[in-house]
Design a protein around this ligand. Structure first.
Ligand SMILES: [Zn+2]
Ligand SMILES: [Zn+2]
Length: 185
């Protein structure tokens, strides 16, 4: 019997979407520790963990960068326990620590395990200390700093975070303008 239609597990685990996200990125986004634990185990069994633990999406974000947008200690600690690079930088030069702080996660237990590289950008940018600003309508992360608001009359109240805004042309109707907004509204 042939295996047409039955995806090989190793291929599935290495697949990526049009933003360059692998299943491990999605496990970090899911915010579910059980899913992350199971997936890490599968990757280890398939000999793929070392290749995928620090794999970067189109913006240079590793699974750990994504996990640091949330306050889930278990998810971050699971990745660090598997030697995720805690100093990895996105294309914008953001470390996991910077992303955690930018998303209001300074109070987490995991922050102590993320090194302060001492470089510029480890502190909040201007306007990022004013509390809840908006929710991203694509990835549902709370934005504490700059976000982009759709100005089209077709959209009632549609906001994008800094990350999703980079791909607005692919995830939102073309022709909609997104003026940036910073600070509390
Ligand atoms: Zn988003
Ligand atoms: Zn719109």
């Amino acid at each position: 019997m042939d295996s047409i239609g039955l995806p090989d597990l190793a291929i599935t685990l290495q697949s990526r979407d049009n933003q360059g996200l692998t299943p491990l990125h999605y496990a970090a986004i899911s915010n579910t520790a059980e899913m992350m634990e199971r997936l890490l185990q599968l990757l280890e069994e398939q000999g793929l963990l070392a290749t995928l633990i620090d794999d970067k999406d189109l913006d240079g974000w590793t699974p750990l960068h994504w996990a640091c947008r949330r306050s889930n200690d278990a998810i971050v600690e699971l990745l660090i326990a598997k030697n995720a690079n805690t100093s990895a930088k996105t294309r914008d030069g953001w470390t996991p620590r910077y992303i955690a702080i930018l998303h209001g996660n300074s109070h987490t237990a995991y922050l102590k395990d993320l090194p302060d590289t001492g470089e510029a950008g480890e502190d909040l940018p201007d306007g990022a200390d004013q509390g809840l600003v908006a929710y991203c309508d694509v990835c549902f992360v709370t934005v504490y700093w700059k976000y982009w608001h759709c100005a089209s009359p077709d959209c009632d109240d549609f906001d994008l975070c800094d990350k999703c805004y980079k791909h607005a042309d692919q995830i939102h109707p073309p022709g909609h303008e997104f003026p940036p907004r910073v600070g509390y509204v």
